[in-house]
Design a protein around this ligand. Structure first.
Ligand SMILES: [Cu+2]
Ligand SMILES: [Zn+2]
Length: 195
């Protein structure tokens, strides 16, 4: 079983029978979106829920889409219609039950916290994501370039966090986004991730 399939299975298990239809649709959307991507050049994080939470999913980073990085995100187990801060954190360490082990926001350029399009921002500031009426996020957006496998903004080995609350995009140092409800470690993608 591939890592992506594992995380889908995990997500399905957590979402339960009532959401099975929607989660399956999300799986199809994921496969379709990744079909023509060379996953060995991409970065992937399998997001697992922290203690007491149900959010789980997968994020795929695809470098250099016209000089930017595309972020594909699938999440289940969220409160319907809720908005959540979404960031890359310094440490690829989800070992703490509340994921505080992931540290603060990934900030290799020494900037203040902000939104995903602000010139002066943490490289890891990915803004907010919003769940649909079934508590599922299926989204793709691009951010200023994040490097994969080399360079100052290399994201391999960093953490990805989904927060309980929305990021206000201005409070320092982390947007007042509350507890960490899901965490994953960014790794190199494999061909199996897209199948
Ligand atoms: Cu965060
Ligand atoms: Zn930040």
């Amino acid at each position: 079983m591939t890592a992506l399939r594992t995380s889908i299975a995990l997500a399905l298990g957590l979402a339960g029978g009532a959401l099975l239809g929607s989660a399956s649709a999300g799986t199809d959307a994921m496969k379709e979106a990744l079909k023509n991507i060379d996953m060995t050049r991409a970065a992937v994080a399998d997001l697992a829920s922290t203690k007491g939470n149900d959010a789980a999913g997968t994020v795929v980073f695809v470098d250099d889409i016209e000089g930017r990085t595309a972020v594909h995100l699938w999440l289940t187990g969220l409160t319907p219609n809720s908005t959540h801060g979404f960031h890359i954190h310094e440490n690829g360490d989800c070992s703490a039950p509340d994921a505080t082990s992931a540290g603060g926001h990934f900030n290799p350029t020494g900037m203040p916290h902000s939104g995903r399009e602000t010139p002066k921002r943490h490289a890891g500031d990915l803004g907010n994501v919003t769940a649909d009426a079934k508590g599922i996020v299926t989204t793709r957006f691009t951010v200023p370039r994040l490097e994969i496998g080399a360079g100052k903004t290399d994201i391999l080995g960093r953490g990805v966090i989904v927060h309980a609350k929305a990021d206000d995009l201005k409070s320092q140092p982390s947007g007042d986004a509350g507890a960490r409800i899901a965490c994953g470690v960014i790794r190199r993608g494999t061909a199996a991730d897209a199948s």
